[in-house]
Structure formats: C-alpha cells, structure tokens
Design a protein around this ligand. Structure first.
Ligand code: NAD
Length: 401
C-alpha cells in the first residue's frame, strides 16, 4: 500500500527529505506540520504540500498512515511511542530516544502493532563504514580487535538558530551518539556490552554546556568512551562539540583485526594486510572517497578543501555503487537531492520500501536501540568519573519470517 506521510518538524533538516518522500514510488502523499505555523507555511510553499495543523491532528487523521519525525533531538522517544500507539509507521531522525526505557517502549510498540519503525542513521552509509563492512565480511581483517570512530561537530559550525536552541544544541554529546556508534557497530554486526567514559568540561565564555544552561545541567562538550563489544573487540568512540576541527566530521579512523587494518585521515584511506615480511599496504582512497573528491585529488588545495567539508555532501563514492542499483529511477534524476555523504536517498528508500511492503527496515528498532543506548550509558559513566557500566540490550531483531 502506498504511503501517506506527515512530516513533523519543518526545521533545517527535514527540507532535505520532503522532496525524496514526494519522489518515492511507494509514496502517495506528503503533508507537513510544525509547532510554529510560519515554518510549516514556508515548507508548504517551497514544496507545494498541504499543512496539517498539529502532530496530534496527524495522529487522528485516518488518511495518514505514516509520520516522519524531524523534531529536536531530545523529543523523539515519546513522540515515536505516541505515533506507533496511534497505528502509524514511523520514520525518526536520530537519535532513537533519551532513555533506555523509551527505546524499550518503542520496541514493544513495534512488536505489538507490527508497524514499521526506522531510525534514519545517515552514517551506516558513510563510505568509510561501508568499506569496513565490505572488507570485514570478506575476511580482509581476520577477527576484529579494535576500532575508533567519532562524530566531531564544533559548536562554531552549528547554524545560529540551532546554537540558540540550547535544549537541542547542549544535549549531552553522548545523548546524540548514533553517528559514531553506528559506523563501527553496523560494519561489525556487533553491539556494545560495557562502557567506561570521560568528558571534557567546557569553560568557554557563554557556553551552553554548564549547570543551569540546559535541561540536563550538562557541563560536557566532548565525551570519550571505551566500549567492550559482543565480539570480544574494543571500540574507542567519541562525540565532540568543542573541538578545533571540521571535516571529515563522522569517520572511522581505525579498524584493526588479527590479519589486517584500515586507517583514515583527511582523504587518505589505507588498508594493510599482515604478511610474513611485514605488511602489504594498499591505498584504497579512490574506492572510498566520493567520485567528485577523487576528480580533484591533484588540486594544490585538495587537503585544505577536504578539511573544510567541500565534497562530502551529495556525491556518491564507488563503495556505494552496489547499493545505488536499488534506488528508484526517480531518485536518479535528483542528484542534488541527497546529502550527508549521499546517504539521504538510501535512507528514504530503505524506509518507504520497508513500510509499504511490511518488511523490517535496515535500521529497525532493535538496531536503533543498539546504536543509541551505549551513548546514554556512556554519558552516565562520564558523570560518574569513568565508572565501568553494563549496557542494556534488547536483543536481535526478529528474522524476516
Ligand atoms: N545526519 C543526521 O542524521 C542529522 C543531521 C541533522 C539533524 N538531524 C536530526 O534531525 C532532527 C531535526 O533537526 P533540525 O536541525 O531540522 O532541527 P530544527 O530545530 O531546525 O527543527 C525542528 C523543528 O521541529 C519543530 N517541532 C518540535 N516539536 C514539534 C511538534 N510537537 N510538532 C510539530 N513540530 C514540532 C520545531 O518547531 C522545529 O521547527 C533532529 O532530531 C536532529 O537530531 C540528523
């Protein structure tokens, strides 16, 4: 059955997705909604879509079978539960929720209603993560030993409205953990079982990361963790918001196994294979970087531009080619409607195809919980000075049958 979608939250991010929902062959109609009527009106005129007055109206409307939640990052959990309870399919921007209990409640509602829930995690499609997944599954690394992934987004690069929205921008960094966790965990097909974490207390003038400045009294702008994984390996995972750095913003910097390793910095991706004499090194940059980046690799200011996020938006990379095959024809005519390392088209296709056909989507509720909860517990560990804490797990997703 074709989907009738209400997009909830007409802010910065959802504008990337409305045209993709409109163009997807499994979608019949799209309407938009925002608490601030003027923002919904701007979307309505820009995308030629009707406005629905409120989230509650969307839930009550029998003609709407799906909601796509693009509200601020700390608001998702209860809204998703409410929407599932109302019998809607739900696409949600990251993260899943702010407590393990809310994550569990979403899983319970998915089980009870049989509706589709997907968390739109952009970074599982990031070329560095796709490369590590492909090479790991091929056996290039042997057994996984240790990996490093991080999401760096310095406060100075936040849009002004977002910076001023302190409940959203000063959310504890590990309450927005899924970019860094998902890149490694999805590549490995593993989950985190224990964590110890530390934080950096921000001391800059007018910081939003201070007691009394945000709903969590959160003082940490940067959080760093070591996680023990279900496959016996260890991951160092970091989320940083005050850091003198720009791009690549979400990236796996190291992925080490018993037989091989991957390292990434700026635009250079290296794979080394252990040999009797030492290692055999292959530069895999042209496979991992977007085509458009590779076209410029001999420019004199190439590294400077990479560090300033010049080519990390719409353009596909060779490692994404196999996945591109399944994208609908209509998306192929929309090369500029993509984003976050060309992940947007994949995400919207994942969700719409799953919801319309009653299939489990790629980042289903069980995976979303495994990407989100390690961060929530890591922040608790930060607050407790690095105490080692167990990470609750809601188990594997059910098999398709
Ligand atoms: N790479 C990524 O995956 C990525 C990137 C950017 C943003 N995001 C996520 O996307 C979401 C949206 O981000 P943004 O930058 O557009 O935020 P934003 O603050 O610009 O927009 C959020 C909008 O939601 C509206 N809203 C809040 N509660 C509502 C309700 N009950 N009913 C209707 N509207 C409501 C707000 O008025 C606001 O206009 C966030 O959760 C963020 O975490 C993800």
């Amino acid at each position: 059955m074709k989907l009738h979608i209400a997009v909830i939250g007409c802010g910065e991010f959802a504008a990337n997705f409305v045209p993709l929902f409109q163009a997807h062959p499994e979608v019949e109609s799209v309407c938009v909604c925002d608490l601030i009527a003027e923002k919904a009106k701007v979307y309505s005129e820009r995308f030629d879509v009707p406005v629905i007055p409120s989230f509650e109206d969307a839930l009550d409307d029998e003609n709407i079978d799906t909601v796509a939640i693009f509200t601020q990052r700390h608001l998702h959990g209860p809204m998703v539960v409410q929407a599932l309870e109302a019998g809607k399919h739900v696409y949600s921007a990251v993260p899943m929720a702010c407590t393990p209990e809310e994550c569990g409640a979403i899983i319970e509602e998915v089980k009870r209603t049989g509706k589709t829930y997907m968390m739109g995690e952009t970074c599982i499609y990031y070329p560095c993560s796709m490369y590590c997944k492909e090479a790991y599954e091929r056996g290039d690394f042997g057994k996984f030993v240790y990996g490093e992934s991080q999401y760096f987004h310095d406060l100075s690069h936040f849009p002004t409205d977002f910076k001023n929205d302190r409940p959203a921008s000063a959310v504890p960094p590990f309450y927005y953990p899924t970019h860094s966790t998902a890149m490694l965990l999805y590549a490995l097909g593993a989950h985190a079982v224990k964590v110890s974490a530390f934080g950096y207390r921000d001391t800059e003038e007018n910081t939003p990361y201070a007691v009394g400045e945000n709903p969590w009294d959160n003082e940490f702008s940067d959080e760093f963790s070591l996680m023990q994984l279900s496959n016996g390996g260890t991951a160092r995972i970091s989320e940083c918001r005050r850091i003198g750095y720009k791009a690549p913003s979400s990236f796996i910097s190291g992925f080490y196994g018993t037989e091989g390793a991957y390292q990434f910095n700026n635009a250079q991706h290296l794979y080394t294979k252990l040999t009797k004499a030492g290692v055999d090194l292959t530069d895999v940059s042209d496979r991992v970087n977007p085509y458009v980046m590779t076209e410029h690799k001999n420019d004199p200011d190439f590294k400077q531009k990479v560090a300033n996020h010049t080519w990390q938006w719409n353009g596909f990379s060779p490692v994404q080619d196999a996945e591109r095959e399944r994208l609908p024809e209509s998306f192929r005519e929309m090369p500029n409607h993509n984003g976050h390392m060309a992940s947007h088209q994949f995400l919207i296709d994942d969700f719409c195809t799953a919801a319309a056909n009653g299939k489990l989507p790629r980042v289903n509720a069980w995976l979303a919980a495994r990407f989100t909860i390690p961060g929530l517990i890591a922040h608790e560990s930060v607050k407790r000075g690095g105490e080692l804490l167990g990470i609750p797990d809601f188990g594997d997703p059910p098999s398709e049958e």
